[in-house]
Write a protein that binds this ligand. Structure first.
Ligand code: FPP
Length: 254
């Protein structure tokens, strides 16, 4: 069903009949792992483990559909407040994920990137992530961008500090500070802004995620918990996205 609709959409784009297309950059706040586990009488970490399997499924499908960048919020700067056991488990997940999945990512020409302060991650996690980044550095397929120990306010604060430093040493004057200059100091400077933001689990907030970059992003929320999120939910989000008119504050002629 979705595939037929999708192929039609792609053809009509080529014919110039419509300007909507598969979102180039999808960002996802993967929420609801804990509640998914609780509902089943399982420990919270069981939800995170199942959430990791959902990541594999969604990476495969996003890649198949031609999404260029998939950013996944895997650990926030605020998540350190969780019980130590849970933090330790979450910290080990990237390593576990990459251990079993890196060969497939390499084969699929996917490039792995990380956005966040990696210095606080356990050594083994840093090593796994660095290996993945190195081994996929020349891949030019989909970018799989993990937001890991990421917080938007910290990112913006660091950008301001970087800019202030340049003003102080005379390499920049305040009048030269533009939106582009600010963007160039963000962790996402090498990526276009997300076109579509998905948040699972029924929460309607951004939780310190890409506050600058989401200024004109289309949002799609679902009550489904992340471990239950599947290809059909992704299709639904993309279909809804395709039905929206993005005006970026301007006017679209009818
Ligand atoms: C929020 O759910 C989820 C997280 C804080 C962690 C997200 C991580 C994964 C989905 C796995 C990551 C996988 C890789 C490959 C790094 P929650 O625990 O806040 O759920 P709750 O709101 O129901 O308690």
């Amino acid at each position: 069903m979705f595939d037929k609709w999708f192929q039609r959409k792609k053809r009509s784009e080529k014919g110039g009949l419509t300007f909507v297309q598969v979102p180039r950059h999808i960002a996802i706040i993967m929420d609801g792992n804990g509640r998914w586990a609780k509902k089943r009488g399982l420990p919270r970490v069981a939800g995170h483990r199942e959430g990791m399997n959902t990541v594999k499924k969604i990476v495969r499908e996003a890649d198949r559909l031609g999404v260029k960048i998939l950013t996944l919020y895997a650990f926030s700067t605020e998540n350190w407040k969780r019980p130590k056991d849970e933090v330790d488990y979450l910290m080990r997940l990237p390593e576990q994920f990459l251990k079993s999945y890196l060969p497939e990512l390499i084969e699929k020409n996917v490039r792995v990137m990380v956005m966040g302060d990696e210095s606080r991650l356990p050594e083994a996690t840093q090593k796994a992530v660095n290996t993945a980044k190195e081994k996929t550095a020349n891949n030019d397929g989909m970018i799989l961008n993990f937001a890991l120990n990421y917080g938007s306010r910290k990112e913006i604060t660091d950008a301001v500090k970087g800019i202030a430093e340049k003003v102080k040493n005379g390499s920049l004057v305040p009048d030269e500070i533009t939106e582009d200059i600010i963007e160039n100091h963000l962790l996402s400077c090498h990526l276009p802004d997300p076109d579509l933001l998905i948040r699972t689990s029924g929460e309607l907030r951004l939780s310190n995620f890409m506050l600058w970059q989401l200024a004109y992003t289309e949002f799609w929320f679902t009550d489904v918990y992340w471990p239950d999120f599947n290809e059909s939910h992704l299709h639904e989000a993309i279909q809804q996205y395709c039905g929206r008119t993005r005006r970026f504050g301007g006017v679209v002629e009818s």
